[in-house]
Design a protein around this ligand. Structure first.
Ligand code: CA
Length: 234
C-alpha cells in the first residue's frame, strides 16, 4: 500500500478485544485509533476521518446500531460490525442500519484484517469505473453512478452491499455465481469465507424488490438472474 497509511477506527469497550484487533491492524499497516464509547466514536469519525470503522454492537453508552445509523446519515464510510449475536444480522446489514459487513464473536483476527482490506479495496476505485453505467433488466434498472435502483418509476433503497450484489448478478446474466464467487466479487474475500452473509443479502434484496426480483436460487450451487420478462405489450 503506497502513500499515507489509512486510518481504521476501532470502537470496542472490551479492552482485550480492542487491543488485539488494534495490534493486528497496525501490523497490517493501518493507523489505528480506538475508543470504548459510541459518543466518542462519532466525534472521532468527524475529526480523524477514518477510512473504515470496526464497530462493536454492544457499547456502554450509545450502541453500535445507533452509531452506524448516525454515520450513515452523513456518509458511505465503510463499517464492519462486531456482534456476539447472530439474530440481528439482517437488521445490521440491512438499510435500516447499513453496515458493510459483520463478524460474529469470537472471530479470527486474521480474518478481520482480511475483511478490512477487502472492504477498503472495494470502497473506492471499482465504483469510479462504473460511473454512468446503467443496467436495465425488465422493469428493474440500476444506475452505478448514482447508486440508484428502480422498479419502474419507483426508487428502491438498497444498502451498499445489496446494491453491489445486485449489480454483480445482473452483470453476469446467464451465469450461475457461487456464494464463494459472490463473496470474492462483492466483498473482496479471496478465501472461502462465511457465505451466510450472501444469503442474508439475497433475502433482503428479494424482500425489497418483491415481484421484480430477478434472483433465482440454484440449489447446491449459488445464485443467478432469471431472464427479463418482456415488457407487457398493449
Ligand atoms: Ca461490547
Amino acid at each position: 500500500m503506497a502513500g499515507k497509511p489509512q486510518t481504521v477506527l476501532v470502537v470496542e469497550d472490551e479492552a482485550s478485544i480492542a487491543s488485539f484487533v488494534a495490534a493486528y491492524l497496525k501490523n497490517a499497516g493501518y493507523t489505528v485509533r480506538t475508543t470504548a464509547s459510541g459518543t466518542e466514536a462519532l466525534k472521532l469519525v468527524a475529526s480523524e476521518k477514518p477510512a473504515l470503522v470496526v464497530l462493536d454492537l454492544m457499547l456502554p453508552d450509545i450502541d453500535g446500531v445507533e452509531v452506524c445509523k448516525q454515520i450513515r446519515q452523513n456518509s458511505d464510510l465503510p463499517v464492519l460490525m462486531l456482534t456476539a449475536r447472530d439474530e440481528d444480522v439482517d437488521k445490521i446489514i440491512g438499510l435500516e442500519v447499513g453496515a458493510d459487513d459483520y463478524m460474529t464473536k469470537p472471530f479470527n483476527p486474521r480474518e478481520l484484517v482480511a475483511r478490512v482490506r477487502a472492504i477498503l479495496r472495494r470502497a473506492a476505485p471499482e465504483r469510479a469505473n462504473r460511473e454512468s453505467a446503467v443496467i436495465q433488466h425488465g422493469d428493474l434498472s440500476i444506475d452505478a453512478g448514482r447508486r440508484e435502483a428502480r422498479v419502474g418509476e419507483q426508487e428502491i433503497q438498497l444498502a451498499p452491499k445489496e446494491f453491489d450484489l445486485l449489480w454483480e448478478l445482473l452483470d453476469h446474466r446467464g451465469l450461475v455465481l457461487t456464494r464463494d464467487q459472490l463473496l470474492e466479487r462483492v466483498w473482496g474475500y479471496t478465501f472461502a469465507g462465511d457465505t451466510r452473509t450472501v444469503d442474508v443479502h439475497v433475502r433482503q434484496l428479494r424482500r425489497k424488490l418483491g415481484d421484480a426480483s430477478p434472483i433465482v436460487t440454484v440449489w447446491g450451487v449459488g445464485y443467478k438472474v432469471s431472464p427479463a420478462r418482456e415488457p407487457a405489450k398493449a
